[in-house]
Design a protein around this ligand. Structure first.
Ligand SMILES: CC/C=C\C/C=C\C/C=C\CCC/C=C/C(=O)SCCNC(=O)CCNC(=O)[C@H](O)C(C)(C)COP(=O)(O)OP(=O)(O)OC[C@H]1O[C@@H](n2cnc3c(N)ncnc32)[C@H](O)[C@@H]1OP(=O)(O)O
Length: 281
């Protein structure tokens, strides 16, 4: 994919800095040349639905950030009210056989890249973050969320099941008992509730403030040996990463089997209709 490189002056919480900015259609990577921190922004209207292209873009951008020696990665959205609406349901509803395989494989790749990223990661959650959106946020090491939005793994409410590795990310943030209950309920937490339960680390009034708080978190590693930190993180996360790495073919087949069940297709169709009706009203 063609990528345009440009140097730009962008406003930042602590002043305007020259940033190296790489833009694709669906994500932007901006590296602040003062802090060395990369901001990875999702930009797929209308709701940052995670489709095949966005997932591939995300993985490519994460690899680019790893490669350009950034000091950290902040994940955010260009949409002022939606971080990510989760997986694009259109990829799973009446799917094309080959495409849906590529889609799930791209999701596995994106998760492995983000959860296993060697750089410190933080999510500036500047909008709603259901299901796959929550997966991305909980794959990061730190979360800052804006008020009056919601976050959670709501899969059971759609009649689908969060795979084990979605649960792993959730469990790396929430105590087991809270995680199990929320997963079974398909519970979406408001910002205040998410803060109280520990699903997010901080709240912020504006996106700029959220980005600044994420940058401060990443700054806490400034005096830590980066190789020791990266190896520690990798070891800490190794079990979940290795589980998916070793079972990814079975995970794909399980997903395909599940998603192709007539009852699941029917449920997704009804859910999509309800979303569309809501959008019209
Ligand atoms: C035994 C089994 C063992 C193991 C299991 C193995 C496999 C498991 C199988 C499957 C696992 C799948 C895991 C799934 C994860 C997911 O992420 S599913 C997606 C969940 N997401 C949601 O439920 C969010 C739905 N959306 C919303 O709640 C709202 O849209 C919003 C709060 C995000 C934003 O609200 P608004 O700003 O009001 O926007 P609208 O609702 O009007 O939406 C605008 C537009 O976008 C469409 N849309 C919204 N979300 C999605 C989506 N996720 N996918 C596709 N399209 C979406 C919406 O329909 C509107 O479209 P138009 O009407 O404008 O065409």
């Amino acid at each position: 994919m063609m990528r345009s490189k440009l140097l730009s002056l962008v406003p930042c919480a602590t002043g305007p800095f020259r940033t190296m900015s790489t833009t694709t259609k669906l994500t932007t990577v901006e590296v602040n040349d003062k802090t060395g921190i990369a901001t990875l922004t999702m930009n797929r209207p209308p709701v940052n639905g995670l489709n095949l292209d966005l997932l591939r873009d995300l993985r490519q951008s994460i690899a680019e950030i790893e490669g350009n020696k950034s000091r950290g990665l902040i994940l955010t959205s260009s949409n002022p009210t939606i971080f990510s609406a989760g997986l694009d349901i259109m990829e799973m509803y009446k799917p094309d056989k080959e495409r849906v395989r590529a889609f799930w494989t791209a999701l596995q790749d994106a998760w492995l890249a983000l959860y296993g990223s060697s750089v410190p990661t933080a999510a500036a959650i500047n909008g709603h973050s259901p299901a796959g959106g929550c997966l991305l946020a909980t794959s990061c090491e730190y979360r800052v969320m804006l008020p009056k939005f919601t976050i959670g793994l709501n899969e059971t409410k759609l009649g689908i099941v969060a795979p084990m590795w979605f649960m792993s990310s959730f469990l790396s943030v929430l105590p087991r008992r809270e995680a199990e209950r929320a997963l079974n309920q398909g519970r979406m937490f408001t910002t205040d509730e998410a803060l109280q339960i520990g699903l997010v680390d901080e709240a912020a009034g504006t996106k700029e403030e959220a980005l600044e708080k994420c940058a401060q978190f990443i700054g806490t590693f400034a005096k830590v040996n980066p190789i020791a930190r990266a190896l520690t993180k990798q070891q800490f996360r190794a079990a979940e990463l290795e589980q998916l790495e070793s079972e990814r073919a079975q995970d794909l087949e399980k997903f395909l089997f599940f998603i192709n069940q007539p009852a699941v297709q029917k449920g997704l169709g009804i859910y999509l209709e309800s979303l569309k009706k809501k959008a019209k009203n």
